[in-house]
Design a protein around this ligand. Sequence first.
Ligand code: ZN
Length: 297
Amino acid sequence: MATIKSATSPLFVERIEGALGAVRVTVADCGAPVLLRRDGVDARSPVGCARHDGVCLACYTGGDGPTTLDDNVGRAAATGFKVALRAFVDRAQRRTDATIQPRWPEALARPDTVRAPLALADGPVYLAELFEARPSPTSAILSDLDGEVVFGKVRRAAQLVVVRASSYEKEYVVPLKRALRVKAGDAVRAGEALTDGAPLPHDVLRILGEHALVRWLIDEAQAIFRAVDVTLPERHVSLLLRRMLARVTVTEPHDTGFAAGQRVARADFERENDALLAQGKQPAYAEPLLEGLSELV
Ligand SMILES: [Zn+2]
């Protein structure tokens, strides 16, 4: 019984509070385009909200929440995730039968990549892993490209695994103690696991992109709560993801004042680029950055 409680570390809850405490919901519609598909229907999401001073009501609710802005909406934005987490812990302490089935990002789901179910008590730890986004020695090693698996040499207790495409190949050093999921000659797709273990959110972002990452993290978080019949509204997870994806890494500064490698707020990046484009100058390029909860507070 006490396992669940100790697994939901106060630090993790504090980090969620810290990340969401400053969120402001505003009325004026930002007019952002649709970001996510939910149950086959296009929906707005806080992750894609274009407002710089908070999140607009239309993106916050995404069509399935309150339609007018009042104090309750603001409070719900800051506390929704926490309230659901508390309900999860309360309920989980009375349930011993439930398990959680971790899944792969949708783009990678295949019948032979089913992952072992987790005990309910491990749910909060899994949740923390996903949202802290910390690399672990047991994370799955994912292929960065579509290609054929070729085995190289075994050196220093590691197997060299090469994924070879027609014009490019990439090498992966896989410790021998890791269980390989592929054999020589296998065709793998970008994002497919070469080893056992859970996918690391950073890898999912790099290989499959922002939409796949967001969809996967929302689905996983909701599945954990659903194991004990607690509803975690998508907007609560999305607000957290908005914070985790709020900055980008500048790759090519071009005519902006940014430096290569600099991490800048997405809103500042877009504002600077818009200003340069209006002057006929060349905007900067950047790649999305995922910051785990521990990096945010
Ligand atoms: Zn918006």
